[in-house]
Write a protein that binds this ligand. Structure first.
Ligand code: ZN
Length: 205
Protein backbone atom coordinates (compact mmCIF):
# COMPACT_ATOMS: atom_id res chain seq x y z
CA UNK A 1 0.00 0.00 0.00
CA UNK A 2 1.47 3.40 -0.93
CA UNK A 3 2.20 5.91 1.81
CA UNK A 4 -0.89 7.97 2.61
CA UNK A 5 -0.39 11.73 2.52
CA UNK A 6 -2.01 13.12 5.66
CA UNK A 7 -3.21 16.46 6.96
CA UNK A 8 -4.56 17.21 10.43
CA UNK A 9 -8.16 18.42 10.49
CA UNK A 10 -7.02 21.48 12.45
CA UNK A 11 -4.79 22.52 9.50
CA UNK A 12 -7.55 22.61 6.86
CA UNK A 13 -7.97 26.39 6.91
CA UNK A 14 -4.34 26.85 5.93
CA UNK A 15 -4.64 24.57 2.91
CA UNK A 16 -5.81 25.94 -0.43
CA UNK A 17 -7.12 22.56 -1.67
CA UNK A 18 -10.05 22.66 0.77
CA UNK A 19 -13.17 24.81 0.89
CA UNK A 20 -15.69 25.57 3.61
CA UNK A 21 -19.22 24.31 2.92
CA UNK A 22 -20.53 27.81 3.58
CA UNK A 23 -18.63 29.00 0.48
CA UNK A 24 -21.07 26.97 -1.65
CA UNK A 25 -24.21 29.07 -2.24
CA UNK A 26 -27.58 27.33 -2.35
CA UNK A 27 -26.91 24.26 -0.20
CA UNK A 28 -28.32 23.47 3.24
CA UNK A 29 -25.95 21.94 5.78
CA UNK A 30 -26.96 19.67 8.66
CA UNK A 31 -23.93 17.58 9.65
CA UNK A 32 -25.46 14.68 11.58
CA UNK A 33 -22.21 13.62 13.27
CA UNK A 34 -21.83 17.14 14.69
CA UNK A 35 -24.90 16.38 16.84
CA UNK A 36 -26.23 13.22 18.46
CA UNK A 37 -28.89 12.53 15.77
CA UNK A 38 -26.96 9.72 14.07
CA UNK A 39 -26.73 5.94 14.22
CA UNK A 40 -24.11 6.04 16.97
CA UNK A 41 -26.38 8.24 19.11
CA UNK A 42 -23.69 10.63 20.32
CA UNK A 43 -21.78 13.69 19.14
CA UNK A 44 -18.76 12.62 17.09
CA UNK A 45 -17.35 15.87 15.74
CA UNK A 46 -17.43 17.82 19.01
CA UNK A 47 -15.04 20.74 18.67
CA UNK A 48 -13.77 19.58 15.26
CA UNK A 49 -14.82 21.86 12.40
CA UNK A 50 -15.84 19.37 9.70
CA UNK A 51 -17.81 21.71 7.43
CA UNK A 52 -15.28 21.32 4.62
CA UNK A 53 -14.79 19.60 1.27
CA UNK A 54 -11.98 19.21 -1.21
CA UNK A 55 -12.35 22.06 -3.72
CA UNK A 56 -13.10 19.62 -6.57
CA UNK A 57 -16.06 18.08 -4.73
CA UNK A 58 -17.19 21.57 -3.66
CA UNK A 59 -17.19 22.60 -7.31
CA UNK A 60 -19.27 19.48 -8.05
CA UNK A 61 -21.87 20.60 -5.50
CA UNK A 62 -22.07 24.02 -7.18
CA UNK A 63 -22.97 22.15 -10.35
CA UNK A 64 -25.67 20.21 -8.46
CA UNK A 65 -27.18 23.46 -7.15
CA UNK A 66 -27.35 24.83 -10.71
CA UNK A 67 -28.80 21.55 -12.04
CA UNK A 68 -31.57 21.58 -9.43
CA UNK A 69 -32.33 25.23 -10.07
CA UNK A 70 -32.87 24.44 -13.73
CA UNK A 71 -34.69 21.09 -13.50
CA UNK A 72 -36.35 21.12 -10.07
CA UNK A 73 -36.35 24.70 -8.79
CA UNK A 74 -38.52 23.83 -5.79
CA UNK A 75 -35.87 21.43 -4.44
CA UNK A 76 -32.68 22.14 -2.52
CA UNK A 77 -29.71 19.99 -1.59
CA UNK A 78 -29.02 19.25 2.09
CA UNK A 79 -25.55 18.02 3.04
CA UNK A 80 -25.67 15.48 5.90
CA UNK A 81 -21.96 14.68 5.97
CA UNK A 82 -18.94 15.87 4.03
CA UNK A 83 -15.33 15.81 5.18
CA UNK A 84 -15.12 13.16 7.92
CA UNK A 85 -11.71 13.06 9.62
CA UNK A 86 -10.02 9.67 9.77
CA UNK A 87 -10.10 9.69 13.59
CA UNK A 88 -13.92 9.82 13.43
CA UNK A 89 -14.03 7.06 10.80
CA UNK A 90 -12.11 4.91 13.29
CA UNK A 91 -14.73 5.61 15.99
CA UNK A 92 -17.58 4.62 13.64
CA UNK A 93 -15.69 1.43 12.76
CA UNK A 94 -15.21 0.58 16.44
CA UNK A 95 -18.89 1.25 17.14
CA UNK A 96 -19.88 -1.44 14.62
CA UNK A 97 -17.37 -4.01 15.87
CA UNK A 98 -18.90 -7.48 16.07
CA UNK A 99 -21.85 -6.62 13.82
CA UNK A 100 -22.43 -7.35 10.13
CA UNK A 101 -23.04 -3.62 9.57
CA UNK A 102 -19.37 -2.95 8.88
CA UNK A 103 -20.22 -3.60 5.20
CA UNK A 104 -21.63 -0.04 5.23
CA UNK A 105 -18.38 1.57 6.32
CA UNK A 106 -15.00 1.88 4.69
CA UNK A 107 -12.38 0.04 6.71
CA UNK A 108 -10.13 2.73 8.22
CA UNK A 109 -7.17 0.64 7.04
CA UNK A 110 -8.13 1.63 3.47
CA UNK A 111 -9.63 5.01 4.35
CA UNK A 112 -13.08 6.45 3.73
CA UNK A 113 -13.45 8.72 0.71
CA UNK A 114 -15.13 11.14 3.16
CA UNK A 115 -11.74 11.50 4.88
CA UNK A 116 -10.30 12.96 1.67
CA UNK A 117 -13.12 15.51 1.45
CA UNK A 118 -14.20 13.81 -1.78
CA UNK A 119 -17.48 12.17 -0.67
CA UNK A 120 -20.78 13.58 0.53
CA UNK A 121 -23.96 12.28 2.12
CA UNK A 122 -26.92 14.27 0.82
CA UNK A 123 -30.67 14.42 0.52
CA UNK A 124 -33.24 16.78 -1.00
CA UNK A 125 -35.51 19.35 0.65
CA UNK A 126 -38.89 20.50 -0.61
CA UNK A 127 -39.91 24.16 -0.78
CA UNK A 128 -40.94 24.06 2.91
CA UNK A 129 -37.54 22.76 3.96
CA UNK A 130 -38.77 19.22 4.70
CA UNK A 131 -36.63 16.28 3.59
CA UNK A 132 -38.12 14.30 0.70
CA UNK A 133 -39.29 10.78 1.53
CA UNK A 134 -36.56 8.48 0.22
CA UNK A 135 -38.06 5.35 1.80
CA UNK A 136 -35.51 5.25 4.62
CA UNK A 137 -33.74 7.84 6.70
CA UNK A 138 -30.06 8.74 6.40
CA UNK A 139 -27.77 6.02 7.76
CA UNK A 140 -30.54 3.40 7.83
CA UNK A 141 -28.10 0.53 7.48
CA UNK A 142 -30.45 -1.94 5.84
CA UNK A 143 -31.15 -3.40 2.41
CA UNK A 144 -34.00 -0.92 1.96
CA UNK A 145 -31.31 1.77 1.52
CA UNK A 146 -29.59 -0.13 -1.31
CA UNK A 147 -29.97 1.55 -4.72
CA UNK A 148 -29.14 -1.74 -6.46
CA UNK A 149 -32.19 -3.41 -4.87
CA UNK A 150 -34.76 -0.68 -5.63
CA UNK A 151 -36.49 -2.58 -8.46
CA UNK A 152 -36.99 -5.54 -6.13
CA UNK A 153 -38.22 -3.35 -3.25
CA UNK A 154 -40.64 -1.61 -5.61
CA UNK A 155 -42.01 -4.92 -6.90
CA UNK A 156 -42.53 -6.15 -3.34
CA UNK A 157 -44.18 -2.92 -2.20
CA UNK A 158 -41.45 -1.93 0.26
CA UNK A 159 -40.67 1.26 -1.68
CA UNK A 160 -43.29 3.36 -3.45
CA UNK A 161 -42.90 4.79 -6.99
CA UNK A 162 -42.79 8.27 -5.42
CA UNK A 163 -39.90 7.28 -3.12
CA UNK A 164 -37.98 5.79 -6.05
CA UNK A 165 -38.62 8.94 -8.07
CA UNK A 166 -37.12 11.10 -5.29
CA UNK A 167 -34.00 8.92 -5.24
CA UNK A 168 -33.74 9.13 -9.02
CA UNK A 169 -33.85 12.93 -8.95
CA UNK A 170 -31.08 12.98 -6.34
CA UNK A 171 -28.95 10.49 -8.30
CA UNK A 172 -29.47 12.34 -11.59
CA UNK A 173 -28.47 15.66 -10.04
CA UNK A 174 -25.35 14.21 -8.45
CA UNK A 175 -24.22 11.91 -11.26
CA UNK A 176 -24.65 14.55 -13.97
CA UNK A 177 -22.22 16.68 -11.97
CA UNK A 178 -19.42 14.13 -11.70
CA UNK A 179 -20.40 12.26 -8.53
CA UNK A 180 -20.73 8.47 -8.44
CA UNK A 181 -23.44 6.59 -6.58
CA UNK A 182 -22.68 3.42 -4.63
CA UNK A 183 -24.72 0.19 -4.45
CA UNK A 184 -25.59 0.25 -0.76
CA UNK A 185 -26.54 3.80 0.38
CA UNK A 186 -28.88 6.14 -1.53
CA UNK A 187 -27.42 9.19 0.26
CA UNK A 188 -23.69 8.59 -0.43
CA UNK A 189 -21.76 9.88 -3.45
CA UNK A 190 -18.04 9.87 -4.28
CA UNK A 191 -16.56 12.57 -6.46
CA UNK A 192 -14.69 10.35 -8.91
CA UNK A 193 -12.75 7.12 -8.72
CA UNK A 194 -12.09 5.81 -5.19
CA UNK A 195 -8.75 4.17 -5.93
CA UNK A 196 -7.42 7.29 -7.62
CA UNK A 197 -8.53 9.43 -4.66
CA UNK A 198 -6.95 7.08 -2.12
CA UNK A 199 -3.70 7.13 -4.05
CA UNK A 200 -3.32 10.81 -4.86
CA UNK A 201 -5.25 12.94 -2.36
CA UNK A 202 -4.51 14.16 1.15
CA UNK A 203 -6.26 12.24 3.89
CA UNK A 204 -7.56 14.35 6.76
CA UNK A 205 -6.73 12.89 10.15
ZN1 ZN B 1 -21.14 8.63 3.05
Amino acid sequence: MPDVKRLACEQLAAHAEFRRLRSIPGIEVDLRYAGADNFVGRILYGDLDCAWLHCEAAHGLECVVAWLQKRHPALRLRVLDALRPHRVQEQLWQHLEGTDLRQYLADPARGSIHSFGMAVDVTLLDRDGAELDMGTGFDDLSQLSHPDMEIQHLAQGRLSPAQIECRLILRSAMCECGFRAIHSEWWHFDFGDRDRIREHYLRIE
